[in-house]
Design a protein. Structure first.
Length: 210
């Protein structure tokens, strides 16, 4: 399996576990539809920028630019939905990931962490993946790179601290969503009734006199 670095396996795993926990505690998956997310078109634009960087095989300054723009778009959505459970964690994780990619032009991967996760060097495909590179002593913000080994039986991979925060935020978002309730619409306040002739001011009195 190519590209055993990144957040895909970790996020999917915790999202499924959070959904299962939500159902087990009395929630339903149907209630996730009650959760209103603001700025979905902007989030789609961020995903398109990320996909463009991957399809073009962008690296270096170009990849840093595309990832930086995608991160800004995603953070705008995070700010708009900041009151939702887990969203602040997702925003912080995206910010940390974007910072290390912009600083290096790619996501640095720790070979030591990959070995601890049980991922051989050949399966990292670092030579064919411009979005990732081997972490070296000269790597900037090295601790924010892919340095966390995940020896999951479903998918062994190496993730970053930002990925862990994103996964935690997604878990909180999904768990809370299974217990979401439909929003109530506020009723419009009744218009004030017009005063009849009987309630009008007596004739002969000046209008500014109470």
């Amino acid at each position: 399996m190519r590209g055993k670095t990144g957040r895909v396996g970790l996020v999917l795993t915790v999202a499924v576990l959070a959904a299962a926990l939500g159902v087990a505690t009395g929630g339903t998956l149907r209630r996730l539809g009650y959760v209103r997310v603001l700025g979905v078109p902007v989030l789609v634009a961020a995903a398109v920028l990320q996909a463009t960087a991957a399809v073009l095989g962008a690296s270096g300054a170009l990849r840093a630019l595309l990832v930086g723009l995608a991160a800004l778009a995603a953070l705008a959505v995070v700010v708009a939905n900041r009151w939702r459970p887990g969203v602040p964690l997702i925003g912080l994780g995206l910010l940390l990931n974007a910072a290390v990619v912009v600083a290096n032009g790619a996501m640095p991967v720790s070979l030591v962490a990959a070995e601890r996760a049980g991922v051989p060097y050949e399966q990292l495909h670092l030579d064919a993946d411009p979005g990732h590179e081997e972490a070296t002593p000269s790597t900037r913000l090295r601790l924010l790179g892919d340095v966390v080994p995940v020896a999951s039986p479903l998918r062994r991979e190496v993730v970053s601290v930002g990925d862990v925060l994103v996964a935690a935020g997604v878990a909180m978002f999904v768990l809370a969503g299974t217990h979401a309730r439909p929003g109530r619409r506020r009723r419009a306040a009744p218009a004030p009734a017009r005063r009849g002739r009987a309630q009008q001011r007596p004739r002969g009195r000046l209008p500014w006199v109470a």
